[in-house]
Design a protein around this ligand. Sequence first.
Ligand code: AMP
Ligand code: GLY
Length: 417
Amino acid sequence: MKVLVLGSGAREHSIAWKLKQSNHDIFLHPGNAGTIKLGFCNLGQVSDKEQIALEAKRKNIETIIIGPEALLAQDYASYFRKMGFLVLGPGKEGAQLETSKIFAKQFMVRAGVPTAQYAIHSSLQDFKRDIDIRPFPKVLKLDGLAAGKGVVIAKDSAHALIFAEQVWNQNIFGKGHHQVIEEEFISGVELSYLGLCDGTSFIPLSSSTDFKRVFDHDKGPNTGGMGAISPSPHLNAELEARIKKTIVKPILEALEREKLEFHGVLYIGIMISPEGNPYVLEFNTRFGDPETQSLMMRIESDLLPALVATAKGKLNSTPPLAWKKETAIYVVAASPGYPEKPELGEPISGIDSQTGETELFFAGVELKNNKLHTSGGRVLGVGALGRDASEARKKAYFRLQKISWPGIHFRTDIGIT
Ligand code: AMP
Ligand code: GLY
């Protein structure tokens, strides 16, 4: 079967890599200079959904997997479905679970899943008036997609006001009507619980934990993700049973009750409190990045039949995926200055050295003078499997140490929790 994976990051590279292992005919569009160098074909100079659909039809592609949330927000999924493709990804209604934090929160409350208490602010005036009603620290989240930059944990009212000024006065997220959601702060450890979901069934994609801060020991600002481990060290069978019962089941019931179309990956971001109770922090309606890179390394079965079953709404008759017992570690290497102001354009060396048992996934790279150069904050990443986290870490870092560019930066504690 011919499959199109849409996106240009390491997440999409890892999905295409996994599908190619089962000998499917894969197009990765637009991909990046690294994936093209590795032989993944894209669709050429096309970018809007009409052109993509036309080109995909011409190439007899049947299935489309949508990587980035921005495309889901623009309703690419509904359009491709209308054009007769099998599509992994919800239409823009279902994607609101990610694109609007307020929609997501209200859905969680209607579904009855455990989540932090919240309030909504629609103006700076409102915000200032109510700022001290609930205790600090608290979490402030911009409603809408903000590429991971729209969330702050405010220690006190001065800190909260800085964020509010940025939103409503300095317009750092653009002009227009903004809403901010204020949440009770929940301490604990985080777990990314992803699953294939067709609106009535949910097949978990094992579990993972990502490392969001830029520096070791969770220091520095939040990033898109500096690495991941799978399975998550924070999950055990008892907790998973509880998540299925108190979170996944009510979500499926609410999707059905509210007739919210969903055929894609539902990513449930969970905080496990020190008492061991799971709380839903957020939803994404797509594969997570970098969690996916660690998950792809661990899937034993051909992934495509399960993706097709999700697109067709037939997940309930799909056998569960088989998973490797090993632990996967994925370490991101970034440009200097990432995430605030990455410095780009540096030549990359060491990517051709073979060390075995590791995989390289490309993201922010471009070709100049026939050589790969850095062109994004997160440049590439290395995935490795091991009997345990320590063995996987050894392999991943051994490989990564051979790769370099001026100012290369990566965390050295990925997988240590
Ligand atoms: P979100 O985009 O909603 O997942 O938020 C980004 C990050 O902020 C999460 O991964 C958590 O690390 C943190 N966070 C979000 N909500 C809360 C909360 N209610 N309590 C504590 N930390 C949170
Ligand atoms: N790793 C978090 C995300 O994909 O948004």
